[in-house]
Design a protein around this ligand. Structure first.
Ligand code: HEM
Length: 229
């Protein structure tokens, strides 16, 4: 049997897979944000040049995209399995006294993971339908890069973020992504058994810092493009 399916059968295996996919997805989100920041460049073609470079990777890009899809699917399926498993094991849930939680414990993040995750999934469908599989060259979104006609992704993004409702939707969901990451980063370390009184508060702090930096970075794009066009 494939190692992934073997891991899925044990709760420890599920936790390890959850943590590994979480770290890989955080890495993707960091790289995605760094690429997207090209949208704010003075050169209005900078983002298209970047996207064209990525497209030039050819087969390698397809392998990366399939890998990314598998990461998302594994993460989502295991999250669902863990959620259902916990509910079946204890339908009423534990009584949680907030004051009994350790100082700095991320109560909101930890109790809303499945809901923030579900919202991010809905966001991803809308996001991909619009930017990845939305209007292209045949719809007039064309720009020249290195003498070649490429899809004008910069115009597509800028036009999308002229809508107040779209900007609000992005801002709201990316804030939820921040809440999800603020607990998820710490939780992934716990799942791998990395738990030490000295390092755990540090990991919690770093997770919250990463979550705030990434969400502010992503939110800056729709907000700035809405106001500066
Ligand atoms: C302001 C925020 C964002 C902007 C402007 C943005 C922009 C884009 C664009 C233009 C694409 C299409 C790339 C292409 O077709 O070559 C894309 C793809 C994608 N985005 Fe975003 N994105 C944002 C936020 C996010 C967030 C927060 C996530 C994840 C939680 C995300 C996940 C993805 C994924 C999975 C893809 C498909 C993979 C790829 O082609 O790179 N995006 N994004």
């Amino acid at each position: 049997m494939l190692p992934v399916f073997t891991a899925l059968r044990s709760s420890v295996g599920k936790k390890i897979l959850m943590a590994m996919t979480a770290f890989s997805l955080v890495l993707f989100v960091v790289v995605h944000l760094l690429g997207n920041l090209k949208l704010l460049s003075r050169n209005s073609n900078a983002f298209n040049i970047y996207a064209h470079k990525m497209m030039s990777l050819g087969g390698l890009l397809y392998v990366a995209e399939i890998g990314l899809l598998l990461l998302f699917l594994t993460h989502i399926i295991i999250a669902g399995l863990i959620f259902i498993g916990k509910r079946n094991a204890r339908p009423v849930g534990y009584y949680m006294n907030k004051r009994l939680c350790k100082p700095g414990y991320n109560f909101i993040g930890s109790t809303t993971m499945i809901y923030t995750g579900a919202m991010i999934l809905i966001f991803l469908v809308v996001h991909l339908m619009h930017f990845k599989f939305g209007p292209g060259i045949k719809d007039g979104y064309i720009k020249e890069v290195d003498g070649k006609s490429v899809r004008d992704l910069h115009r597509l993004v800028v036009e999308g973020f002229q809508s107040f409702w779209y900007v609000s939707f992005y801002t709201a969901v990316i804030s939820l992504l921040g809440i999800h990451l603020s607990h998820g980063f710490w939780s992934a370390f716990q799942s791998l058994g990395i738990n030490h009184p000295r390092y755990t508060p540090l990991i919690l702090g770093v997770g919250i810092l990463i979550a705030i930096t990434l969400s502010l970075g992503f939110i800056s794009l729709p907000v700035l493009l809405y106001f500066i066009g």
